[in-house]
Design a protein around this ligand. Structure first.
Ligand code: TYD
Ligand code: MG
Length: 450
């Protein structure tokens, strides 16, 4: 058998026949690692009997009976629960709470269905301790500590549990793949094997995947295309809340997020989170703070954006952002300079979304711009005003989706005025005074009382 060596990028799975300093796929440096491929070269497998083209209307339909995970937040993120036979990847930084979340989910599902929790990271005793702590201590939850994927497959075939958790995919290995556990080759082969198993038996499998920046173990990105659902658990390790974000879903919408609070007894769901990212209204009467009504999936979230614009002492001005897109901030600074006439150029600029949330939606632009203008002019933004709007390069404001939903949430949280891109649309929000602005200059005029 010919042994072929191939280089794989440990970040994105790009393959190359020779070593390269920089991955042509994702641009990561020094991420290509040599892996041996000693599988015999063979053509596509002969189709199984019965695998022939047939009209889509004649494919047997099974009414997808989704299984609830026990937390409304996770169910919504998944699009209504776990679909039988699906492969769900739960990614996140080490220590963020993936094992905790999945142990809780496994415990809940085990009340109605058999669940197997396979761990390659912790010992039985450790998991027992954790389960006791989480109140997930019940005889219905089956544990298996195993890292050999063939042994896992055998257990699954013997037990046929409807739901399985594999924690983590990077600890699994397959004997005949000639590279170390956690490498792209292993992660891909093990996942492919589990996927075939899920599809052929109807078992739903949760895969835990660690995200790494160092590239020593393969990141979950190499799996994203393979699995049915990709969820990322994110959050600031120094803060207690966690956000479960859906980035791919073959059975539902991808914009959903679930919000949890990490407590002493595991992750508790936060049913009404939009007030979490706001500081006390009384403290907001300082320059450099603005509240934006962002829409994460179907849920409005009011978040305070803080900005600090201060004269640069020497050298290059610094631009630092946390929770908002760095490039977006640069763009907004340029628009403020050129279209509004605020000369921010020679200043250090810091922008932060309170509480460490990540806001990726363009509608947060207006909040960033107001916070910057407020800090620069040293005038506080009206503390009872919330805003949402996308900023265009000519300084115009572009309308946002779900204006009514955002305004309703702002009104519930005690805001009295809501700044939106104009002109007035048909679905004008009610219950709150809506101020329409066509351009960024108009918006700043309206929000910064002189
Ligand atoms: P864990 O689920 O082990 O993270 P991951 O599997 O993503 O690596 O979470 C570990 C962290 O969670 C750890 O720092 C302690 C914290 N934690 C709590 O705060 N409360 C709890 O009830 C548990 C089980 C963990
Ligand atoms: Mg873990």
């Amino acid at each position: 058998m010919r042994v072929k060596t191939t280089f794989y990028c440990q970040e994105c799975g790009q393959r190359s026949t020779r070593w390269l300093g920089r991955c042509p796929g994702c641009g990561a440096w020094n991420s290509l690692v040599e892996e041996k491929e000693n599988r015999p070269q063979k053509g596509p497998e002969p189709r199984e009997r019965g695998n022939f083209p047939c009209p889509v209307t004649e494919v047997p339909g099974d009414d997808l009976v989704r299984v609830s995970t026990g937390t409304g937040e996770m169910d919504r993120t998944l699009g209504g629960g776990v679909v039988p036979g699906s492969l769900v990847l739960v990614g996140g930084d080490p220590g963020i709470g993936k094992s905790t979340l999945l142990l809780q989910v496994a415990h809940h599902i085990s009340r109605q269905l058999k669940v197997l929790y396979v761990s390659g990271e912790e010992s039985d005793r450790q998991i027992r301790l954790r389960a006791e702590r989480l109140g997930a201590f019940s005889p219905d939850l089956l544990l298996l500590t195993e890292t050999d994927v063939d042994a896992v497959e055998q257990s699954l075939k013997d037990l046929l549990p409807p739901v399985v958790v594999i924690d983590s995919i990077q600890t699994m290995y397959k004997g005949d793949v000639g590279s170390a556990p956690g490498s792209v080759g292993q992660v891909r082969e093990c996942s492919a094997q589990l996927m075939r198993l899920a599809k052929s038996t109807g078992i739903s499998i949760f895969l835990v995947g660690h995200v790494t920046k160092e590239g020593m173990i393969a990141g979950p990105r190499v799996l994203e295309h393979m699995v049915d659902v990709v969820l990322y658990l994110e959050g600031d390790r120094h803060q207690s809340y966690r956000i479960l974000r859906c980035v791919k879903n073959r059975f539902g919408s991808t914009n959903e997020i679930g919000i949890f609070d990490m407590q002493g007894k595991g992750l508790a769901e936060v049913a009404n989170p939009s007030g979490m990212f706001l500081l006390n209204q009384a403290h907001r009467d300082v320059p450099g703070s603005a509240v934006v009504a962002s829409l994460e999936g179907t849920r409005p979230l009011l978040v305070e954006i803080q900005a600090l614009v201060s004269p640069c002492g020497y050298g290059m001005p610094r631009r630092m952002t946390a929770g908002v897109d760095h490039n977006r901030v640069s763009l907004i600074v340029a628009v403020l300079e050129k279209r509004v006439g605020l000369h921010l150029g020679g200043n250090d600029i810091y922008v932060n979304a309170v509480g460490g949330v990540k806001l990726m939606e363009p509608a947060v632009d207006l909040g960033i711009a107001l916070a910057l203008a407020s800090s620069f002019r040293d005038i506080p933004v009206d503390p009872y005003l919330a805003a949402a709007g996308e900023i265009g390069l000519t300084g115009e404001l572009r309308s946002v989706s779900g204006a009514e939903k955002r305004a309703r949430e702002a009104s519930l949280l005690g805001f009295q005025r809501f700044l939106l891109p104009g002109p007035v649309t048909s679905d004008a929000p009610e219950g709150i005074a809506v101020i329409y602005a066509g351009t960024l200059s108009e918006a700043i005029e309206a929000a910064l009382p002189v």
